[in-house]
Design a protein. Sequence first.
Length: 459
Amino acid sequence: MNVQARGANHPGNMVMLPFSNLRRLREERPLMFVKGKGIYTFDEHGRDYIEAVSTFYCVNLGFSDEELIEAAVEQLRALPMYPSGIHRTVPVVMELAERLAEKAPVRGGHVMFATTGSEANDQLLKFTWYANRVAGEPQRRKIISRRASYHGGTIATTALAGSPALQEAFGIPTGDSLFVSHPTWPIGADPGETEEAYTDRLVEELRQTIEAAGPETVAAFIAEPVSVSSGMFPPPVGYFQKVKALLDRYGIRLFADEVVTGFGRTGRLWGSETLGIEPDCISCAKGLSSAYQPISAVVMSDDFYSYLEEGSNSAGIFNHGGTYGGHPVSAAVALKVLDIFERRNILGHVQSIMPIWQKALASLEDHPLVTATRCFGLAGAVQIARPGEGGPVAASPSLAPGGLSEQLYQEGLAAGVVVRPLQGCVVLAPPLIITEAEIGELSRRLRVALDATLAALPR
Ligand code: PMP
């Protein structure tokens, strides 16, 4: 094939951006951000944007936090890099592991670091298969996840995404994956169905899925305490308790994907705490360093870890790792994040601001495009539909941002507020440091965007 003829000379097309339309990238300069302060970012033309989803639900402490910057610089000066591995590490990594193990709601606690949320979930799968081999149950390989969930972009985690279209697009093998419905209470309930009956129906679906697969072949159930990609539906009351009780009956592990919910998003440090559950393992990333540096972790229970320690080779070496897993600069920043949570009482602030957040979102319900709003901690969603139409609830909303929410996203950019469009809704998760006045400004800008979206609809 002639490379020149395939367009190698198009200067706007040199960078390939994730989750972007690559043809549009060829013709149009992407939005370029150059600065951030507090809950705001600024583009190359000096326009400001409220980051209403903390970019990718990650810059939880806002932009330009001097203490986080200092923590990174200090570590860069002392020792910019030393990989953790082959019985060597650095003090900040040890200390961070201790603090995470102490804080995470898993029984006991052992921590392995990685770089991204995808990688953390990926290694969790790898560890699970390893542990089950050591335990003499190599056939226990299947992982259950929920449709419309998202657990990462590696091959193994894409196989868990509750989105067949995504798996088909990349030809991902999904042989070890099982899928169940994601709760979308109250929209997904049958007419007249109570919250309890709805929960029981979903738990029964899970039971049947396990039975059909053969319980002895199922290793784990992975779930986000609240899922961005499914549209930020708070789980119905008792859902996770009943799921956990069922899994325990079959000896299936519960993994909480806290990549988004970890570090204060739900009003407690962990979403699992807010839900009152104790998973076997937790994965986290994003908020761990307030996304100032890439770092992720899995926190494992004593029981789970004991199989990894026992090992499967005579040398006793656990043969897994990567150059940047537990990077010292990232670990130093993450330690500072935990420190800031305590010193600045971030959780106290989130809890006190949550009712204001909820009220601000609910106040949008009088808008002709808004069919419902929902909140979970300092996250939420605005469900939208054309006047007179019901709000569609997609099986995998993250893949196909429908027309209306895409328009609202674009109008949001024009109004200076960045939201995340999914099919039938936009999701929100502002930096945790947001103030009452800033919530007011965020909802004002969102209303401007809603008005503009309505005005642009064909009559
Ligand atoms: N799990 C969840 C719940 C996520 O939302 C994401 C990313 N948005 C991931 C895992 C993957 O994290 P990363 O993008 O850091 O690989």
